[in-house]
Design a protein around this ligand. Structure first.
Ligand SMILES: *[C@@H]1O[C@H](CO)[C@@H](O)[C@H](O)[C@H]1NC(C)=O
Ligand SMILES: *[C@@H]1O[C@H](CO)[C@@H](O)[C@H](O)[C@H]1NC(C)=O
Ligand SMILES: *[C@@H]1O[C@H](CO)[C@@H](O)[C@H](O)[C@H]1NC(C)=O
Ligand SMILES: *[C@@H]1O[C@H](CO)[C@@H](O)[C@H](O)[C@H]1NC(C)=O
Length: 956
């Protein structure tokens, strides 16, 4: 207690707002800027402008993030989120499932993307938007950049053609400079619009003409590039093989010999049509493996002037092979050139160009090889430095040929979602793009620290003498580690004197690994001490598809991931080894963790309808939200009958329920006012805040979770209930934010942040009706709980907040910060609580007494101070959840944010009052002490002699 009091004094003495300084960036924090898993066909190497010599790696990811990556180090050059923010969440999800398109051309300075109804052009160098065009109600089905020159533009501006599927199929040509539509062609025939492509002289529109009860005929219509007028049209009799769009294996590419390739359902023959001729070539598929052919992929160069060669890749469950074909343009024939032998490994192929030459790169799990399309001789072959254990999904490659030697740079996306750069077989960088789909995360529980924490806790609560003996005993026990410690001492002295950070904080729980579970079924461990490097990553889900992780619970040494289907996986947090699994049971909405003393936490699943799945023998209390829109309270020992039920008024829908964090210590039960009187806080550990909406009102209900009693209710009118309404509750206060009517009469609508504090009584030094009660044993109390006295205040904030949480420290002495994610500016801020004090005087300056308390004049507009930005100048995009965790240092709280990017930092809301700062030089201190000692040694005899002489002089 004394220690607490001392720390409290210390914390109170320092100003509450601290900033992340520039030299601390990258030191106290780390950031993984992510794109999401790169999609096949929208990932390529491209020179950003016709004049640049080096290329960048462009991708449009599964998360609809468009970005350019520097192939040298894997850093992001630029990125754009091309999901429309005006769409609702459901529409956004739909958009993400739609296919996205990304095209570029080496001669132009832009890349063109299309998702949903939008087509946009971006500067390839810096990602600035050049133009965009939207066609509501239609969906882009295909997109191509026209390679041929247009007299109206410089050679670096290329027009784009896009095919839209709506009521009818529409082909549009967009001006490369402005995005205006030059012409459009509407297909009124009722065919299924399929693809567009271009050859040097023509544009082709491909549609699928349905033949009832058979399949589809492929219809090819040529369009005049200048006017869009349809010309020649022909139909291929493919109805016996083509059952739907997925049966057509390839349409492309934009070159001299565009092709349509399809195969029958049994994968027995391949049909090839060189677009422009009506002839269909039949290729018999050689079923050499004796296994079922899973997939056939066609690769061809997209360049206008490249050789008309293409590669067909066959893949079975465990092996793959390929054949290369040449097209004779004059005779319109297709002939097999050579065969790339089957390997008992899965491999992926990539196509690259050098002038007219085409190169095919084969990336298998253990090897990379390059061949020219012209002949079968292998130009280069490298065994991979670190063979992948994951199946490669797709790859892009860049081949440089100098005389006889070739150099290869390839970027491979594996099934795990990792993006590897491999240079001549040597591993380059790896981007863990699956982390963009993080659904749950938590810090690892370290056992030794837990022990120390426990010991310190004991000492903190004992009498002075008791604590002293306890500590002596602890140190005697610690003596067993002395020999090891002595052995490490020299290196520790050296590192601690010369290292950046004065105090090595590892032993204070600052660098705790974080376990992250992602939607693609993987679990990662991030080493926060090494800038979030991935310590291990494992596939933890058994099936395919999205892994709907609900929560992760850690115990010392292991972590258990709980999934929506009721299953769970337990992993070793050191090695990532899977220790155990439980099978799926019931569809589960959430998991409640009941922490009981001295035993590992018990996890109870909650069904969709809000009933707990199990009852446990012991104390604990659950509050659930059912799908019927009611909130219920349960004792952990009974999952049949709820103790209470709360239904919002008719017409209101509950959107959110929050409770105080599990770890929410309160350092002081009252607030000391300027005149030394005390305002007692209303401290109920079982508070729950329920948000309900109806039409344009939002209501907030404060409940006691044990009795279900409504303690306080407030309603806001004129709220945009389609926007997020985040809320948070901690200690004796809660906060929420929304977009709604003005705080003051006459102001415009805006984003608001409302803070409410709960006190026992409006008068200082009065404990109200609770005065004599020693605790809040509300369930068994005969009397209903007295209602809190609520003081609230609203602030207008400059931008929306998507998620809120509160910093946590060990003892709650340090001032709290309200952590808010700002999606509009891609940042994370920590608003100091004193700024949000609802008792700030309104309409007048603070009196001397109020100023002493730290209050200052209320102003409705709350400007976000630059010092509050925890993310500093970083662009942290898409954060959906922010976690906070205490460390063994009272001053320091850990922050981890995920959802899109991954960002972690540590904050000192009341400054680092228990850590030596970076400016403190141990070396200087040591040198000073040494210099003083030397001085004393030299000066002491001199002084002594002088004194003796003085005595002699005086007496003589
Ligand atoms: C190839 O051979 C295997 C085994 O004989 C058979 O199952 C499969 O259907 C055949 N054909 C294809 C196209 O996979
Ligand atoms: C986890 O793995 C580490 C290293 O392989 C091992 O030392 C430890 O005993 C394992 N822990 C558990 C709980 O299995
Ligand atoms: C709360 O007070 C009641 C009666 O005053 C007592 O029975 C109960 O043990 C107390 N609970 C705690 C947690 O102190
Ligand atoms: C992209 O933008 C949409 C809409 O604003 C948003 O919902 C999504 O979280 C963003 N994604 C990322 C990764 O920033």
């Amino acid at each position: 207690m004394r220690l607490q009091a001392a720390l409290f004094l210390l914390a109170a003495c320092v100003p509450s707002a601290t900033a992340v300084f520039k030299d601390e960036v990258d030191h106290v924090d780390f950031h993984h800027a992510l794109l999401g898993i790169p999609s096949v066909d929208t990932t390529f190497f491209l020179r950003p402008s016709a004049s640049s010599s080096a290329s960048l790696l462009y991708t449009l990811s599964e998360k609809s993030i468009l970005g350019a990556v520097n192939p040298r180090d894997g850093s992001i050059v630029w990125r754009q989120n091309i999901t429309r923010s005006s769409l609702s969440a459901a529409q956004q999800q739909q958009q993400q499932q739609q296919q996205g398109f990304l095209r570029g051309s080496d001669e132009s300075n832009t890349v063109v993307s299309a998702v949903g109804a939008d087509v946009s052009s971006w500067s390839a160098v810096d990602g600035k938007l050049v133009w965009e065009n939207r066609f509501a109600g239609e969906t882009v089905a295909d997109l191509e950049v026209l390679e041929f020159e247009d007299a109206s533009h410089p050679a670096t501006v290329k027009d784009t053609i896009a095919l839209f599927a709506g009521a009818v199929g529409t082909v549009r040509r967009f001006d490369g400079g402005s995005g205006d539509v030059k012409w459009e062609f509407k297909d009124q025939s009722g065919d299924l619009p399929f693809q567009v492509l271009s050859s040097p002289a023509e544009i082709y529109y491909i549609s699928l003409h349905s033949v009832p009860s058979k399949g589809y005929k492929i219809k090819i219509t040529s369009l005049d590039p200048l006017t869009g007028k349809p010309g020649q049209q022909y139909v291929l009799s493919s109805e016996n093989e083509v059952a739907g769009p997925e049966s057509v294996l390839f349409v492309g590419a934009n070159n001299a010999s565009p092709l349509v390739v399809w195969a029958d359902k049994l994968h027995k023959t391949l049909k090839v049509n060189v677009i422009g001729s009506k002839q269909v070539h039949t290729i018999t598929i050689d079923n050499e493996s004796g296994e079922e052919i899973r997939s056939i992929t066609v690769h061809a160069s997209r360049k206008l002037n490249s050789l008309p060669h293409f590669l067909v890749q066959y893949e079975t469950e465990s092996s793959s092979w390929a054949d290369v074909y040449h097209v004779d343009l004059k005779a319109s024939t297709v002939s097999k050139a050579y065969h790339l032998p089957r390997t008992q490994e899965r491999s992926v192929f990539a196509t690259s160009n050098k002038d007219a030459n085409v190169y095919f790169t084969r990336m298998s799990e253990s090897e990379a090889a390059v061949v020219s399309s012209a002949s079968h001789g292998i130009l280069g072959r490298w065994s991979l430095q670190s063979p992948s254990t994951e199946r490669p999904l797709h790859a892009v490659a860049e081949v440089v040929v100098k005389g006889d030697s070739v150099a290869l740079r390839s970027a491979v996306v594996t099934e795990s979602g990792d993006w590897h750069l491999i240079q001549n077989g040597q591993s380059g960088w790896t981007r863990y793009e699956a982390l963009a789909g993080a659904l749950a995360a938590t810090w690892v529980e370290a056992d030794d620290q837990e022990e120390l924490a426990h010991e310190l806790e004991v000492e903190g609560h004992q009498s002075l003498l008791g604590a002293y003996f306890h500590r002596v005993k602890r140190h005697v026990r610690d003596l067993q580690y002395l020999p090891d410690w002595l052995r490490e001492l020299p290196s520790r002295v050296i590192t601690s004197v010369f290292s950046d950070e004065v105090t090595n904080l590892d032993s204070f729980g600052i660098n705790m690994p974080v376990i992250v579970a992602t939607e693609n079924g993987r679990v990662y461990a991030l080493d926060t001490g090494k800038h979030g490097a991935v310590a291990w990553s494992v596939k933890a889900a058994e099936g395919q598809g999205t892994w709907d992780v609900r929560t992760i619970v850690t115990q010392p040494g292991s972590a258990t991931v709980y999934v929506e289907d009721g299953s769970s996986v337990t992993l070793n947090t050191t090695s990532g080894a899977i220790l155990s699994r439980t099978a799926p049971t019931t569809k589960t909405k959430s998991f409640a963790v009941v922490k009981q003393d001295a035993s590992s936490p018990v996890v109870i699943g909650v069904k969709e309808d809000g009933t707990p799945l199990d009852a446990i023998n012991g104390a604990g209390f659950l509050v659930t939200l059912g799908d019927d829109g009611r909130v219920r309270g349960w004792t952990a020992a009974d999952n049949k009958y709820p103790v209470w039920e709360f239904a919002p008024p008719e017409g209101q829908r509950i959107v959110r329920a929050t409770a105080r964090p599990a770890h929410d210590p309160v350092a002081s039960i009252g607030k000391v006012l300027g005149d030394r009187s005390v305002l007692y806080k209303y401290l109920n550990p079982n508070l729950a805040l329920v948000t309900a909406v109806s039409g344009s009102t939002a209501s907030f209900y404060l409940l006691d979770a044990i009795s279900g009693q409504l303690l306080h209710a407030s309603t806001q009118r004129g709220v945009d209930t389609t926007q997020p309404i985040p809320s948070v509750i901690s200690e004796n206060w809660f906060a929420y934010s929304f977009y709604g009517d003005a705080v003051q009469e006459g102001d415009a609508r805006g984003y608001q942040l409302v803070v409410a504090e709960l006190y026992e009584s409006p008068t200082p030094n009065d404990r109200g009706p609770l005065g004599s009660a020693s605790n809040y044993s509300s369930l068994f109390g005969a009397e209903p709980l007295p209602a809190p006295h609520v003081i609230s205040q609203a602030f207008v904030i400059p931008e929306p907040i998507s998620h809120m949480t509160v910093t946590q420290t060990r003892q709650g002495i340090t001032t709290r910060q309200l952590l808010c994610t700002l999606p509009a500016s891609n940042s994370l801020i920590g608003i100091p609580r004193p700024v949000l004090d609802p008792r700030r005087p309104v309409g007048r300056d603070a009196t001397a007494l109020e100023a002493e308390e730290g209050l200052f004049k209320y102003h409705p507009f709350l400007e976000f101070d630059g010092k509050w930005y925890i993310s500093h100048a970083r662009d942290v995009a898409g954060l959906s959840t922010v976690l906070s965790r205490p460390t063994l240092l009272e001053s320091t709280s850990l922050v981890f944010a995920f959802g899109g990017d991954i960002f972690a930092s540590r904050v000192n809301p009341s400054q680092a009052f228990d850590i030596l700062g970076k400016g403190f030089s141990k070396l200087q201190l040591v040198l000073t002490v040494v210099a003083l000692a030397v001085g004393v040694v030299i000066l002491a005899p001199m002084v002594r002699r002088k004194q003796i002489n003085a005595v002699w002089k005086a007496s003589s």
